[in-house]
Design a protein around this ligand. Structure first.
Ligand code: MN
Length: 231
């Protein structure tokens, strides 16, 4: 095959224990911890989950100690972090039953759903799409992927984020409004999931801004921590 321009390189995430996970799509769940829903000025009653996407090449591999950096993005004065558990799909499917969803998950990583909050809120309040607020370059840093064979399928455990060593977010996976299997089941009624898809499962309360030079560090119990500096 002759490409008329150079093809984009594959986006991959290193797997703890060896190998690389090739990323196909990035799905993200909105408003999935009640205290975060309230801090965003919304009602945390258990409405159906909703989704948005980030482009695949928004991934930045950022395990602790790796020295990863992301640029402060243009067009915002509110560059916000959202620490999240990320599920990686290893086996595709559609209309996946809740009780079989875990079998479709290859493993888990820690991710940060970086958000241009001012643009997201403006879009939300005007009924416009969220891409400018959510789907920009380097908006999806992630740590190493851990196979479920090693770490199981976490349903509880601490999830936290610090900026320059100070706590900003600290909660527990048991506060997810929609569990990971429920998310997978619902998402798979709208999209045929494929190996390589990632699902960001939502963030707890405490989201806030970072500025150039600040260091974010975060974790989910049992997984490699994430660490990334804003350039
Ligand atoms: Mn999020």
């Amino acid at each position: 095959m002759t490409f008329v321009i150079p093809p984009a390189s594959a986006t991959t995430i290193p797997v703890a224990g060896g190998g690389e996970f090739p990323v196909r799509r990035i799905y993200c769940v909105g408003r999935n911890y009640a205290a975060h829903v309230r801090e965003m000025g919304m009602d945390p009653s258990r409405e159906a989950p909703f989704f948005f996407c980030k482009p695949t090449d928004a991934i930045v591999v950022a395990p602790i100690g790796g020295g990863a950096r992301i640029a402060y993005p243009p067009g915002t004065e509110q560059f916000h972090f959202e620490i999240e558990l990320v599920a990686a799909i290893g086996m595709g499917g559609r209309n996946i039953p809740i009780e079989r969803a875990n079998a479709h998950i290859l493993g888990y990583a820690v991710g940060i759903d970086m958000t241009r909050r001012d643009l997201q809120i403006s879009a939300r309040d005007r009924g416009r799409p969220w891409e400018l607020g959510k789907s920009f370059d380097q908006s999806a840093p992630v740590s190493l992927l851990h196979p479920a064979n090693d770490v199981g399928h976490p349903t509880d455990g601490e999830i936290w984020l610090q900026v320059n060593g100070e706590d900003r977010q600290r909660s527990d996976l048991d506060k997810l409004i929609w569990s990971v299997p429920e998310i997978i089941a619902n998402l798979s009624t709208y999209f045929e999931l494929q190996p390589g898809d990632l699902v960001f499962t939502g963030t707890p309360e405490g989201v806030g801004p970072v500025r150039s030079g600040e260091l974010m560090r975060g974790g989910v119990a049992g997984l490699t921590e994430i660490e990334v500096r804003v350039a």
